[in-house]
Design a binder for this molecule. Structure first.
Ligand code: GLU
Length: 309
């Protein structure tokens, strides 16, 4: 575990190793790193490989090598979610003993076709609560869900005040999946707490997950970090750049133009003459980073970064 650093923020970048680092993930890495470093804080790395079926062999190593080539320096060892199963189990058992989770026998298609499953704030159908008060006769437990109640409000440093009614907007989320793996929502809450993260800076695609993470933190008696959700880079069709859609990987041999474009995307105005040299860009960014200049939008078109101007 990292050494505590009283009074200083601790941030993190937590990529899922589903492919190489691309412009969208570079933006999250840069924003979280600059926000931590310019406040004199620590910046940790965590490989979110809890979803083993989605992880790609070699992707974690490639992400780390590209970050290094871009000039990122992280503190301590990289935390790997794939090594944390015992800890997740311990927290899950704590929730189970408290009656906070319940077994669910519904398949995804049953939930999708349920007439009472209304769309939540992220557009996905909200679990209609079929197994909430006990498994219906003839159904076997597949997954375990967290019973969610009430409202969560929080102030996002970029996106402003956010509100969710958990039963209506999110619904009871899965913590232990039908395939036996712990879900991201559980892993992220336990890891952020165990790593001492008190500043979460990440893409706004996760803003709708934040209230359920805060709910889980409160249930477990864990502190709630400060949150800042950065605009997500989208392509011309409005889709999020992602490793699964084969967004162009960052060129580790010439990271300057991509770093320049990522800073510009985040509303900073790096001088054009520093465009090529990543060391110059870092020096400028560490002296001039301002979170308040980040556009207050959830998505934004990705910026092109031709290698030759
Ligand atoms: N692993 C997630 C991703 O790559 C990020 C999770 C987080 O920052 O909380 O999209």
């Amino acid at each position: 575990m990292p050494e505590p650093n009283p009074g200083k923020p601790c941030g993190r970048f937590a990529p899922s190793p589903t492919g190489p680092l691309h412009f969208g993930s570079l933006v999250a890495a840069l924003g979280s790193c600059l926000e931590a470093r310019t406040r004199g804080g620590r910046w940790l790395l965590r490989m979110e490989d809890v979803d083993q079926p989605r992880s790609r062999p070699g992707a974690a190593a490639s992400i780390l090598a590209t970050l290094e080539a871009c000039g990122f320096e992280w503190d301590g060892e990289v935390m790997l979610q794939s090594t944390r199963g015992v800890r997740y189990r311990e927290v899950f058992e704590q929730l189970r003993a408290a009656g906070a989770v319940y077994p669910c026998g519904c398949t995804r298609s049953e939930i999708d076709s349920a007439s009472n499953a209304t769309p939540g704030s992220d557009g996905a159908p909200v679990y209609p609560g079929t197994c909430r008060s006990g498994l219906p006769r003839g159904k076997a437990a597949r997954a375990w869900r967290l019973r969610m109640e009430g409202n969560i409000d929080f102030d996002d440093a970029v996106q402003g005040r956010r509100h969710q009614n958990l039963p209506r907007d999110a619904g009871d989320c899965v913590l232990l999946r039908a395939d036996g793996l712990f879900a991201y929502q559980l892993a992220v809450v336990v890891d952020d707490a165990d790593q001492g993260i008190d500043h979460v800076v990440r893409g706004a695609d996760l803003i709708d997950s934040t209230p359920r993470q805060i709910y889980l933190q409160r249930l477990l008696g864990l502190p709630t970090p400060a949150y800042a959700h950065l605009p997500v880079a989208v392509d011309a069709a409005g889709n999020k750049l992602s490793k699964q859609t084969r967004a162009t990987p960052i060129d580790a041999a010439r990271p300057g133009p991509a770093l320049f474009a990522a800073l510009s995307f985040l509303g900073q105005q790096p001088p054009a003459e520093r465009r090529r040299a990543s060391a110059d860009l870092w020096a400028w960014a560490l002296a001039h980073w301002k979170l308040e200049n980040v556009p207050h939008v959830l998505t934004q078109p990705a910026l092109d970064y031709p290698l030759e101007p």
